[in-house]
Write a new protein. Structure first.
Length: 756
């Protein structure tokens, strides 16, 4: 079968056609203006639809649409030039072509300047304007020397002076736009589409200046080979930019890996100063006045250079020190606030992500402060790698980050970025020696559309913080977008904390029990004590609402000991009735920090008469990471015969090597892993790994969240002997622990009670 030849790309076709035309114009000077006009018509006509397509892709749409209008005037200018070269320089045609070219240059400059200027404010905008003005002054001196001054000496002013002076001044505006883009740092790689655009603008300034200088000095257009070549090359480069963007080449508008301008750009103001001084010296030498003015020129040169160099250093130092976090190199709270102010002032469509990096304190306690810093810098690298350069990542707290997304275009972009960050963090755990510590995030997002009624940066950040609050309540790895129906529950939690202080004395707490059974036969062998709060006015308050509040307020210490005593008293009653089971009680991380914990637990056992071996204290995996207090207390409790269980195993920060050093008797397999059991090797991989690990370490396993007979059968086949879940019983009052199990199929319920 004959294979089809690969079609050449539009960029390659344009380059070939334009190159052929230039070769023709170099060989036949009489065709030079016709080739120039035809090239301008072709390149500008091609650029217009491509720029509109780039705008529809969401890459700076306003700038692209203005650029399309500018290139449309370029088509008109080329057509007028073609008509003029064929029919002669008729006044209306000449004016049409020249004014169209003037409008084309001005609109190109305006389209390029929109982005940089509106994103700056305050001192940053003033410094930016000063830098641009320095470069502009050097360009003006050059244009004055080669165009404007000879023009004023050539004769009396006439109507054509408006254009002859206007075009060089418009080119200066284009020079400002080029300088602005360079100082923003958009030019980083030679093959970026934006690099073609910026280079094309620079070549256009050179070509226009050469064309104007030739006309002033009487050079016929047919002999202006340098000027015509520059003009064609400039329009070719300006067209290749949008063509490559539409073709899928990484665009300068999508600056994912850029962090700022390259080093050489910062020297543009100094280079411009050098150009201006050089021109002055050249003119003095040509006029024969160098000897008279050399001392003054030399002194002024040294003084201006020193001042410019010192100001450049000061600006770089202030930019680096004021708005950067010294550890991660990200923006700090001041930098984020300034960026938000600029974005809001420019009425851009923006979004803010509030990010909580979990486990930094735990990692610092377990591995040392350097490990905590390594975790922060590792996440900062992840954050930088998943965004564009115009976005602003910031560290605003010890383990709190924020991300300002600018020019979001599509409303779903914040969701896309958040999901990408969560996935990247999950795929890049922190390596500490032989351990791999997972990086877990919670993200809240809030978006603001552009417009007169746009929210303030402070309000937007507060909304993102509210969304983060809801994400953290949903668990690690969660992402929540702010909705007006969301309320800032921190005030509500403060009121809840106050009510917690009187809830215990008011008899509002109740302890219920969920049986832990043998998977073979379903006989209860233990029961987990779970706390419930029956508020007299608010009704049933779920544990996932009040337990975190109790932890933060410290009330969990008193409440936890009350639950332990109630559970032990109930166990003592069961034992008197001949029920030989153990009781399992949750121990919070805050309780592990109490110096009196061991003494208080032993006191409860002594008062209730419960043997130490009948008590199982459950701690979360992350709580066991604290070597300084948590593990020491657990070892002492275990030395008195009390057994220890690690709850939700596999979801925390402990490594397998670290597990061997823990005083643990039981591993409780988290319900999220049990839910994956579906009879396949993939579904049972994690559960089986935990069971095998427990067998090697001589530990007992308890599977949580068992809801179906199939799950129970698969757990039993994998080697787990005990289970807990709705298949066997909900959390019930003491009398229901030994009730017959529910009928088959009653285990799966749509509205699970929170058992923590």
């Amino acid at each position: 079968m004959r294979s089809l030849a690969r079609r050449p790309s539009p960029a390659a076709v344009l380059i070939a056609v334009v190159a052929g035309g230039q070769v023709l114009s170099w060989g036949w000077p009489g065709l030079r203006l016709i080739v120039l006009a035809g090239s301008l018509i072709l390149l500008n006509a091609v650029a217009v639809p491509y720029l509109l397509r780039v705008a529809r892709l969401g890459f700076n749409p306003l700038s692209c649409r203005l650029g399309a209008v500018a290139r449309a005037f370029g088509v008109l200018s080329g057509a007028a030039l073609l008509l003029s070269s064929v029919t002669g320089a008729v006044a209306p045609v000449w004016w049409t072509g020249t004014l169209s070219h003037l409008l084309c240059v001005i609109l190109l400059a305006v389209a390029t300047l929109i982005g940089p200027v509106k994103r700056l404010s305050g001192p940053h905008r003033q410094a930016f304007i000063a830098e641009v003005a320095t470069v502009l002054a050097g360009g003006f001196m050059l244009v004055w020397y080669v165009v404007l001054d000879p023009l004023t000496r050539a004769g009396a002013p006439n109507a054509r002076w408006i254009v002859q002076i206007g075009v060089p001044l418009a080119d200066l505006l284009l020079l400002i736009a080029v300088t602005a883009m360079l100082l923003r740092g958009v030019v980083r790689r030679l093959l970026d589409p934006i690099t073609f655009v910026i280079t094309g603008m620079m070549v256009l300034v050179v070509g226009d200046t050469a064309w104007s200088a030739g006309r002033v000095h009487g050079l016929p257009a047919e002999k202006a080979i340098f000027a015509t070549t520059c003009l064609v090359l400039a329009h070719l480069l300006l067209t290749l930019g949008p063509v490559l963007s539409v073709s899928g080449v990484a665009s300068g508008v999508d600056r994912a890996r850029r962090a700022g301008p390259p080093g050489w750009v910062e020297h543009l103001p100094l280079a411009s100063l050098g150009l201006g001084v050089g021109l002055i010296l050249l003119i003095l030498a040509r006029e024969g006045a160098l000897a008279r003015w050399s001392g003054l020129a030399l002194g002024m040169t040294v003084m201006a250079t020193a001042i410019a160099f010192r100001q450049s250093l000061s600006l770089r130092m202030s930019r680096a020190q004021i708005a950067l976090d010294p550890l991660t190199g990200l923006a700090n709270r001041i930098g984020l606030r300034n960026a938000l102010a600029r974005a809001v002032r420019g009425r851009e469509p923006i979004a803010v992500l509030a990010i909580d990096l979990e486990g930094v304190r735990l990692v610092s306690d377990a591995y040392g402060p350097a490990a905590g810093e390594a975790m922060l810098t590792a996440f900062a690298d992840i954050l930088r790698g998943g965004i564009r350069a115009d976005d602003v990542p910031a560290r605003i707290g010890v383990d709190e980050f924020a991300l300002l997304l600018t020019d979001i275009g599509e409303a779903d972009r914040a969701v896309t970025v958040a999901r990408r960050l969560l996935a990247a963090a999950a795929e890049q755990p922190l390596v500490l020696g032989a351990d791999r510590v997972p990086i877990r995030l919670s993200i809240g997002a809030a978006a603001a559309v552009a417009g007169p009624a746009q929210d303030s940066g402070k309000a937007l950040l507060r909304r993102a913080d509210i969304a983060l609050y809801h994400a953290k309540r949903a668990g690690a790895g969660s992402f929540v977008v702010y909705h007006p129906s969301m309320t800032d529950r921190r005030t509500e939690e403060a009121a809840l904390a106050e009510q917690l202080e009187t809830a215990l004395a008011g008899g509002q707490f109740v302890v219920v029990y969920q049986p832990i059974v043998e998977l073979r036969g379903g006989r209860p062998v233990a029961a987990e004590a779970l706390l419930r709060w029956h508020h007299p006015e608010l009704g049933e308050i779920p544990p996932d609402r009040f337990i975190p509040v109790a932890e933060r307020s410290g009330e969990i210490v008193t409440i936890g000991m009350w639950v332990l005593e109630q559970a032990c008293r109930q166990l003592a009653a069961w034992r008197r009735d001949g029920r030989d089971i153990t009781i399992s009680v949750n121990l919070s991380p805050r309780q592990l920090q109490e110096a009196s914990l061991v003494h208080d637990v032993l006191g409860v056992l002594e008062r209730t008469g419960v043997p130490a071996g009948s008590l199982l204290l459950e701690v979360t995996e992350s709580a066991t990471v604290d070597e300084k207090s948590g593990i020491v207390a657990l070892r002492e409790l275990r030395s008195h015969g009390i057994r220890i269980a690690v709850d939700d195993f596999g979801t925390g920060y402990s490594s397998l090597q670290y597990l061997t050093r823990l005083p643990v008797d039981v591993l409780k397999i988290d319900r999220s892993f049990v839910a994956q059991l579906d009879g396949t090797p993939e579904g049972s991989a994690i559960v089986e790994a935990v069971i095998r690990l427990a067998q090697v370490l001589h530990l007992t396993t308890v599977a949580e969240g068992v809801e179906t007979e199939a799950q129970a059968a698969e757990l039993l086949a994998l080697g787990s002997d005990r289970g807990q879940g709705y298949l066997f019983s909900r959390p019930v009052p003491p009398a229901g622990v030994f009730a017959p199990p529910p009928p088959a199929g009653a285990g799966s319920v749509p509205d699970r009670m929170i058992t923590r």
